[in-house]
Design a binder for this molecule. Structure first.
Ligand code: SIN
Length: 293
């Protein structure tokens, strides 16, 4: 296949032209996509028409699939696929996770081994009366945010860790999310206990340093008084999402977007309501334990 990569922003992201993901991909094309993934951190493939097996087979080439910890939102026939949607069935039940990604985050950072990469495939996009697509996914470069930190902060954060908790994310989304979340259960808490990760994470392939702090989800910094840690975590989170590091992806039906959870954070824009429908499939590939700097 004749591939072309069109950069999407100053710091990261490229649109990949010339590939049909429903067709077998030869090794040379695959290797070019792998290299581009390492270089750009976010890849966008437009105008795809995929079945569930097409989507799974493509994503599986990048690594073993990571299964989302809360099974109730999985595709009924293909549990590797997490369904993200605001659609409800005839009984009024949500067909998928309706507030997935509604605050800045990187996927499953509250687990010991967070996924390396995430793929989204869009099947339905909410369009307003003026023909504008709603429900953008917004990405920000946490490598660029790290690079621009003051040197004293980089030195201060060397070797330090913070605690990520699913409960923190859940509480934040209960508070500010537009959809009502089910209350936290002991079963979920037991399944997803808090985990310690480096505040600055080193990319396992490139060695680039990335800020690994999620607003609302991280608590404390090792070896630092709580009040100081809280101020610094807020500052780091704010820096990660400055406009100069951001690319907003406006969805079209048939887009596949694939990102590296170490180098970008992302957030779903929930500026649409039924009857405007949004439906995406998500798969994730297994990663490694985040390494410290
Ligand atoms: C996610 O965070 O995985 C979902 C993002 C989105 O729905 O835009």
């Amino acid at each position: 296949m004749d591939l072309e990569f069109k950069p999407l922003s100053d710091h990261f992201g490229a649109e990949v032209l010339g590939v049909d993901l429903s067709q077998p991909i030869d090794d040379e094309t695959f290797s070019a996509i792998e290299k581009a993934y390492a270089k750009y951190g976010v890849l966008v493939f437009r105008d795809q028409t995929l079945t569930e097996p097409d989507f799974i087979n493509f994503t599986k080439r990048f690594g073993e699939l990571h299964i989302y910890p809360l099974a109730e939102y999985a595709h009924k026939t293909y549990p590797e696929i997490l369904v993200l949607s605001n659609i409800v069935d005839d009984e009024g039940n949500a067909i998928g996770l309706n507030d997935g990604g509604s605050t800045w985050h990187t996927d499953n950072s509250y687990t010991k081994v967070p996924p390396r990469g995430t793929f989204l495939y869009s099947l339905e996009v909410p369009i307003d009366d003026s023909g504008n697509a709603l429900g953008d996914t917004v990405f920000s470069s946490v490598t660029a945010a790290y690079d621009d930190l003051p040197e004293a902060t980089k030195t201060l954060l060397q070797g330090r860790t913070t605690t990520h908790s699913y409960e923190g994310k859940h509480t934040l989304r209960m508070k500010i999310g537009k959809y009502k979340r089910k209350p936290m259960t002991k079963e979920i808490l037991d399944k997803l206990p808090p985990v310690e990760h480096p505040v600055i994470r080193v990319h396992p392939q490139s060695g680039r340093k990335c800020i690994y702090v999620i607003a609302g989800e991280c608590k404390g910094i090792s070896g630092m008084p709580d009040d100081e840690a809280e101020t610094l975590l807020d500052d780091l989170a704010e820096r990660c999402h400055r406009p100069e590091y951001v690319y907003a992806h406006q969805w079209r039906k048939g887009d596949v977007v694939f990102w590296d959870n170490c180098v970008v954070q992302h957030s779903a824009t929930q500026n649409y309501d039924l009857p405007l429908r949004r439906l995406l499939w998500r798969t994730t590939i297994k990663g490694s334990i985040p390494a410290a700097n």
